[in-house]
Design a protein around this ligand. Structure first.
Ligand SMILES: Cc1cc2nc3c(=O)[nH]c(=O)nc-3n(C[C@H](O)[C@H](O)[C@H](O)COP(=O)(O)O)c2cc1C
Length: 192
């Protein structure tokens, strides 16, 4: 099963990027073919329809193709002001926008439709970014994704990792594993 993993943060010491690293390692150990990408590696400007009319940026096309090729995804979503980040919104907006000049990409949801998505979050706060999940999930459902019922919010993320980026509490790792297991299970069943 091809699994795409990314975090909605580009911060150097991002908790969500750390969580994505852990999820990638666990998913690989579970037999998934993991593509762990960093949004910082995609040169994607702030969405603007006038800019788009001049041509969809090459890195947006690269991301759309990557998303399309992966039936299963894990998104690690930071929380800003009780919601998900502008980076995540901007990335999803570009990736879901129809490419009018390309008949293959006229359906904006082509990269999203039918994907099984597991949502993780991490925050230094007591809710672990849960409110970012509550905003992100309806967006994913609207884009025709199947969102895994199992999710995990890592609370007090500032104290949750060791210096090497490993989770200190085994129960946290088990919770990440449970999301991965459910996503891989559902994606395999949908592919039957
Ligand atoms: C503008 C802004 C708003 C924030 N709002 C929240 C919030 O509503 N809830 C929360 O738990 N953390 C909030 N935080 C703290 C973030 O969770 C924290 O910066 C976290 O480290 C971001 O994720 P990252 O480590 O993956 O970059 C906010 C941070 C910023 C910069």
């Amino acid at each position: 099963m091809k699994l795409l993993i990314f975090a909605g943060s580009t911060r150097l010491n991002s908790f969500n990027r750390k969580l994505a690293h852990i999820a990638a390692a666990l998913a690989r150990a579970s037999g998934a073919e993991v593509s762990h990408i960093e949004l910082a590696d995609f040169d994607i400007p702030m969405y603007n329809a006038d800019l788009e009319a001049k041509g969809t940026p090459a890195d947006v096309m690269r991301l759309k193709q990557l998303m399309y090729e992966h039936p299963a995804w894990i998104i690690c979503s930071p929380e800003y002001n009780g919601s998900y980040t502008a980076l995540l919104k901007n990335t999803i907006d570009w990736a879901s926008s129809p490419v009018k000049s390309d008949p293959d990409w006229l359906d904006g949801f082509k990269s999203f439709s039918g994907k099984v998505v597991g949502v993780l979050s991490a925050s230094p706060g007591a809710l672990g970014g849960l409110r970012s999940q509550s905003h992100l999930v309806p967006l994913l459902l609207n884009a025709q994704c199947w969102v895994a019922p199992r999710a995990f919010a890592l609370v007090r993320a500032g104290e949750a990792f060791d210096a090497a980026g490993r989770l200190l509490d085994d129960s946290h790792r088990d919770n990440v594993q449970a999301v991965i297991d459910q996503v891989l299970f559902a994606a395999r069943r949908l592919a039957e």
